[in-house]
Ligand binder design. Structure first.
Ligand code: TXA
Ligand code: MG
Length: 329
């Protein structure tokens, strides 16, 4: 299959992307979080093509993206008031809600579950596609199974060229990490994936406690521990141990530190990448940094453990999943 490279600032290209989606094609599209691999959520063959392109097991549910909360009842049923409260405050934006699936929705999208993940994305290009097509778009992150999520069209192409109909380039993603997922299907509201919307924000909007395990323990297909991984082994290291690691390292090792790491680095042969100390800037460049390092053939990446405050929960979650620590015997 030839993958077309479309540009969202070209009206003809935007129309071409919409036509492909209407015809059952699969198109990588920009969102404010990461690029998604989109298809018409009501077309079973199109949804099946997403799973095939990603190499994703069929029981891993997809998120359905819709134009606005007004369309919620097309996809979900028994929608609690909490959903509308969160939607009013946080949509469009990086929040996915798990709700009871409407009976008419194909369970291919939900991996056979009777719940469905729904998000109203904020990215203007995807908003335009949703509104003008009138479709609901199933879209997982546009990466092969278990690999890093892409935050640019070039990253999508590097992994999925030849496997998808098109990529619609809408520039770099402004947030750079996947949405927060909140489960509203039972009495206890639960964060099942930490993300750009903090648990405390959900709590204050709903005015009650929300279960937010720092380590995911919810048995949901797709919520696997080794996930978001670069190919190069990545190890997390505390700041006080960095210098010792650097002293022992050779040029086959890359170090990623926060930009305020002020120690004198031992030796000019070492590859040191300095990450922004502002959380939003850090998040925006995290996957790109890992992608770039992966291209460069290092034997290992040593990554400084970022701050542990609530603001950095999602960064810490993704880095823990990206690290090889979980694979050690
Ligand atoms: O920011 C995002 O959420 C991006 C953009 C493209 O919207 N999408 C994304 O999709 O990260 P994906 O498929 O890579 O991750 C979605 C996660 C998976 O871990 C999946 O298991 C979970 O959401 N999920 C989706 N529907 C679910 C459901 N009904 N029940 C439990 N988990 C669900
Ligand atoms: Mg993903």
């Amino acid at each position: 299959m030839k993958t077309r490279q479309l540009h969202a600032d070209q009206p003809d290209d935007l129309r071409a992307a919409e036509a492909l989606l209407r015809a059952g094609g699969i198109v990588a599209v920009p969102t404010e979080t990461v690029y998604g691999l989109a298809a018409n959520a009501a077309n079973p063959e199109a949804v099946a093509a997403i799973f095939a392109a990603k190499g994703r097991p069929a029981d891993h549910p997809l998120i359905v993206h819709i134009a606005s909360a007004e369309d919620l009842a097309l996809w979900a049923t028994q929608i609690p008031d909490d959903a509308y409260t969160l939607a009013a405050a946080l949509w469009p934006g990086p929040l996915t809600m798990l709700l009871k699936k409407a009976p008419n929705v194909t369970s291919l999208v939900t991996g056979g579950l009777n719940t469905i993940g729904i998000r109203v994305p904020a990215h203007p290009v995807l908003q335009h596609l949703l509104q003008s097509s009138g479709l609901g778009l199933a879209a997982p992150s546009a990466n092969p199974y278990k690999q890093l999520s892409p935050t640019s069209a070039a990253q999508v192409m590097s992994k999925l060229d030849g496997k998808i109909d098109a990529v619609l380039d809408g520039g770099d993603c402004s947030i750079g990490l996947e949405s927060t997922i909140v489960d509203l299907t039972s009495d206890v509201v639960r964060i099942v994936r930490v993300g750009p919307i903090a648990p405390s924000q959900v709590e204050s909007l709903l005015d009650r406690p929300v279960a937010a395990p720092a380590v995911h323990q919810v048995a949901v297909p797709g919520n696997v521990d080794q996930h978001y991984q670069p190919r190069t082994p990545l190890h997390l290291v505390a700041r006080q141990d960095l210098l010792a690691k650097m002293k022992l390292a050779d040029s086959g090792t890359a170090f990623v530190v926060l930009a305020d790491f002020a120690e004198q680095v031992p030796g000019s042969h070492l590859r040191i990448i300095r990450m922004p100390v502002s959380k939003p800037d850090f998040a925006r460049s995290l996957y790109k940094t890992l992608y770039d390092l992966d291209q460069q053939g290092f034997e290992a990446i040593w990554f400084e453990i970022p701050p542990q405050s609530e603001e950095w929960l999602d960064v810490n979650d993704r880095l823990r999943r990206a690290s090889y620590a979980g694979l050690d015997p």
